[in-house]
Design a protein around this ligand. Structure first.
Ligand SMILES: [Zn+2]
Length: 206
């Protein structure tokens, strides 16, 4: 059970000083896949809500990452694929993946996703024409090819090319410079701040 005292309705983010709309950040490209049919569930999970929001601390960290990218690789831009994910959508995911091999990729609702606090982001890189770079797998690919922890083995076996790995390293370098933390299983996902502290103290978006 989640108490209501530390929750925040997705509809209320636009009036909350703790949240920043991604559309206000310069250079950032946005294509929220769960606000389209191009996702694992094949349907728009966000309509009619605008989910292009991050907690102000995460938004500042994303700007630091982008500043590094603008300096080091000015021809590239960050493309945000997912940001604030309401708990109600996390529950829809869970109902769909529970008991399948995809379960490992989703946090159970009672624990919840850091996305639901506006403190995680999924993203990739696009070139000057807005075309996505090849990072080895599509977003939300549930194979081991998505796992950063296994990249050396994939490289040695020729399953990821030097180019694909170089693109992943640029994305990670930018995000690490911004203060984000990568995870072992998804090249596109980054957390901001201490996950346990966020779960305990931040307000959850529902
Ligand atoms: Zn994510």
């Amino acid at each position: 059970m989640i108490g209501t005292e530390r929750t925040l309705a997705i509809e209320a983010l636009s009036g909350d000083p703790d949240f920043v709309h991604l559309g206000t950040l310069p250079r950032l490209a946005i294509d929220l896949r769960y606000a389209s049919t191009r996702n694992l569930l094949g349907r728009d999970l966000y309509a009619p809500h605008d989910c292009a929001w991050l907690h102000v601390q995460a938004a500042e960290a994303l700007q630091r990452a982008d500043a590094w990218l603008a300096r080091e690789r000015p021809e590239l831009r960050l493309l945000v694929l997912d940001a604030a994910r309401p708990q109600r959508v996390q529950e829809q995911f869970w109902a769909r993946v529970k008991g399948t091999p995809m379960q490992a990729y989703f946090a159970p609702p009672e624990r919840g996703s850091i996305h639901s606090f506006g403190m995680a982001v999924d993203l990739t890189l696009v070139d000057a024409q807005g075309v996505e770079l090849d990072l080895g797998t599509p977003f939300d690919d549930t194979s081991e090819l998505s796992h950063p922890a296994l990249e050396h083995a994939h490289e040695a076996a020729g399953r990821l090319s030097a180019n694909q790995l170089a693109h992943r390293r640029v994305l990670r370098a930018a995000m690490l410079h911004g203060g984000w933390q990568p995870i072992a299983s998804e090249w596109w996902h980054f957390d901001c701040g201490d996950r346990d502290a966020v779960r305990q103290r931040w307000r959850r978006i529902v």
